[in-house]
Ligand binder design. Structure first.
Ligand SMILES: [Fe+2]
Length: 379
């Protein structure tokens, strides 16, 4: 990932967001997992992530192992404990595999910490400088919903593969990429009546602004409902929709998540591509499973969204959903949970002007999700 920020255009996209916390992008997403070696192989072979860096016994770390993988601007860190006890084991016992850290790339990790703590954030890690022969990285961290944390990463004085403590990981096996470019948004599920609290956290503590909100009338089916608000930072690079369950006739998918994750956490990571048809074809060919979209969805979709550049046939074949807003349209689809517990999943998204999140697809999507829930006996 580029570390030179001088040429970046940091124009404010979201007028009401305060910029006391300029964020350059998502630095990495760290998952605590039961078996990082095998998870790393899954993200390589199925998703096309490339090996970048490694930390573990061979680098002098005794209690944990971490694999760093990257595809274009998307960087994943997969971490497993090497001994019994400790916080990572406890986290996995509690939540199963899941996202622990949403790391944010900043110019000044100390200032990011001071500014957010001043505004009421709870400290996770005081600013610390770590160094090796490739330079220095400054890290600091704050808590967010559930046991999830944000780590601020300042890496302008670092040239190594990831950060001090890691060595280059260069195995012989490298899977072809699948066209994934960057993280478009990351969604948090929080408990009943907690959405506003966490949106206020992002507004007050992080200076984010609210882009859109959906209530249970927008996002409900006969059985399940949820409410959602989308929070964005000033330059629009970080978008965090926050969901809470709403009352429906049966259990909300957000409630199912909270039950299995034992609390609030990251529900999905939306990754962007420039060619969703090719990306999804590649992912499917490598065994990534997507939610089933009923064929009848395609009977009426063009009446709803109007003309699009793509042929409808391949979209229908792959189950890709379409939605339109005032600025354009978007193509998206959702994987099944990528873990054994029905918790985290991925969204693949291609934006063609649209800046929204697929509200028009919610109903079609949730009906698809409910068919899955029904099969698990948790609806
Ligand atoms: Fe999404």
């Amino acid at each position: 990932m580029a570390t030179d920020t001088s040429s970046l255009n940091l124009n404010k996209e979201v007028e009401t967001a305060e910029d006391f916390l300029p964020i350059l992008g998502t630095d990495y997403v760290e998952l605590y997992v039961g078996n990082a070696k095998q998870a790393a192989h899954y993200y390589q072979s199925a998703w096309g992530f490339q090996p970048v860096a490694y930390a573990g016994l061979e680098t002098g770390i005794r209690d944990r192992v971490s694999y760093v993988l990257q595809q274009d601007k998307i960087r994943l860190v997969l971490t497993s404990p090497l001994q019994k006890g400790g916080d990572i084991n406890r986290h996995i016992n509690e939540h199963g595999d899941g996202v622990k850290v949403v790391a944010l790339w900043v110019d000044d990790a100390t200032k990011s910490y001071d500014e957010t703590i001043k505004r009421g954030a709870e400290s996770y890690m005081e600013p610390k400088k770590i160094e090796d022969e490739n330079g220095e990285v400054v890290l600091s961290g704050i808590h967010t919903y559930g046991e999830t944390v944000h780590i601020f990463v300042e890496r302008k004085n670092y040239n190594g593969p990831f950060m001090p403590g890691f060595k280059k990981w260069d195995p012989e096996y490298k899977a072809p990429e699948t066209g994934l470019k960057y993280i478009d948004h990351m969604v948090g599920n929080v408990g009943w009546n907690e959405m506003n609290k966490w949106c206020e956290f992002y507004a007050k503590v992080m200076g984010f602004a609210q882009l859109v909100s959906f209530d249970d009338k927008d996002i409900s089916t006969e059985y399940t409902a949820l409410m959602s608000k989308v929070m964005s930072n000033g330059n629009g690079r970080i978008k965090f929709p926050i969901n809470e369950p709403a009352d429906g006739r049966k259990k909300s998918q957000i409630e199912e998540y909270i039950d299995f994750y034992n609390g609030a956490g990251v529900q999905h990571i939306a990754v962007a591509t420039d060619n969703i048809i090719e990306t999804v074809k590649a992912l499917k060919a490598r065994g990534v499973e997507f939610l089933y979209v009923p064929e009848t969805y395609y009977d009426t979709v063009l009446d709803r969204v109007g003309e699009i550049d793509e042929d409808l046939e391949p979209l229908k074949e792959l189950g890709i959903l379409i939605d339109r807003d005032d600025e354009g349209y978007l193509l998206q689809l959702f994987t099944k949970p990528v873990l054994d517990r029905p918790t985290m999943f991925f969204e693949i998204i291609q934006r063609k002007g649209a800046k929204s999140f697929g509200k028009g697809n919610f109903k079609a999507l949730f009906e698809a999700i409910e068919r899955e829930q029904e099969m698990r006996g948790t609806l």
